[in-house]
Design a protein. Structure first.
Length: 355
């Protein structure tokens, strides 16, 4: 039996980890033992604990409780703590997801100890080196032994950087999660406010990236654009960082933008599947919009999910007020095709078969 030490720390990673954790315990328990390490990078109960509870993710074997500080301080503390665990456990694989500080720390710690690094969601590039996530994913890829890509574009990105060994397109593990958990929504309890449950026509907003929230000009432009849309009803689960920066910059939304607390994954699926369109600066939500065939307006200057842009159902608008309004006008008048770009929903099976 081989041991996989899985490092997670942020909400999108909980979603992805749920797929493999469930498969390991239900189907591959004679092949693998998984040890789950939560760095604590997202430590607010609404932003973290609820995901484990409602998604049936096993309670982490270790919680490092490293949830605050600068990028360097946080990554350094994670690196030290993960290294100590690797010395104690001596796993066959260290598995990381995506592009967070937790991903970087896990990959660094394992590679220095000559432990095989498995990077799920390898090869993604925004080509914006000012993004911490871009730095994290590039370093993680160059340290990994198994680079498990969601798309052919990701494979091409790695090839351009000279990485060809251990590279496989397994499809997108978030599609696995989406297909599995959308079936759970019908029978699960919703914690959405009654006012939101009753909405029939609305658009969904997620807004949390530092490039938007920590820049007064960008955040003001986004808020102004959303406040202009008085003919629409918007629902915004408010991220703690965004809430803090709105207060700092003295910004507020008009009444047609319904502010709610952060939601769990199942309620997020409810919102994504029933809304008319989505405005987001999240990488994961862009894909989920695609899975649910919802037009997506991405409030970033670049995206890793270029396939959705090429398909015409995702429009990059940055923080530009006029581009946001123009994109909404385009999506209100047109319908788009959603070809199968991200595999067939069996990425988890393919990953464990490869290992």
């Amino acid at each position: 039996m081989k041991t996989i030490l899985t490092v997670i720390g942020a909400r999108p990673q909980f979603v992805k980890a749920a797929v493999l954790s469930r498969l390991i315990r239900k189907k591959y328990s004679k092949k693998f033992k998984e040890i789950l390490v939560h760095t604590g990078q997202h430590y607010d109960k609404n932003m973290s604990d609820v995901f484990f509870e409602e998604m049936g993710i096993p309670k982490p074997d270790y919680n490092l409780n490293i949830g605050s500080g600068s990028h360097g301080k946080m990554t350094g503390r994670m690196l030290e703590a993960i290294e100590n665990l690797l010395l104690e456990i001596k796993p066959d694989y260290l598995l990381v997801y995506g592009d967070t500080n937790s991903t970087l720390a896990g990959a660094l710690a394992a590679s220095k100890m000559h432990i095989s690094v498995v990077h799920v969601e390898a090869g993604l590039r925004s080509f914006n080196m000012q993004m911490p996530e871009e730095q994290n994913r590039i370093v993680a890829d160059h340290l990994s032994s198994h680079l498990l890509c969601p798309t052919e574009t990701a494979i091409e990105n790695l090839k351009k950087e000279g990485i060809t060994e251990g590279v496989v397109n397994v499809g997108d593990i978030m599609l696995d999660a989406s297909l599995f958990y959308r079936g759970k929504v019908k029978t699960s309890q919703s914690f959405l406010p009654d006012e939101i449950k009753k909405l029939n026509n609305f658009f969904l907003i997620t807004l949390h990236r530092a490039e938007n929230t920590d820049d007064k000009e960008r955040l003001t432009s986004i808020v102004t654009a959303l406040n202009t849309l008085e003919g629409y009803t918007g629902v915004l689960p408010l991220h703690p960082r965004t809430k803090k920066m709105l207060l700092k910059w003295g910004l507020s939304f008009k009444d047609h933008i319904k502010i709610i607390e952060p939601v769990g994954y199942l309620d997020m699926i409810r919102l994504e599947s029933t809304c008319n369109f989505i405005l987001t600066d999240s990488g994961g939500v862009q894909k989920e919009a695609y899975f649910f065939e919802k037009p997506c307006i991405t409030m970033r200057d670049q995206t890793e999910w270029v396939e959705t842009i090429e398909a015409g159902c995702n429009i990059l608008v940055g923080a530009d007020q006029s581009k946001i309004l123009s994109a909404i006008s385009i999506f209100s008048k047109n319908k788009f095709e959603y070809p199968p770009l991200y595999g067939s929903g069996d990425a988890g099976e393919r990953i464990l078969t490869l290992l």
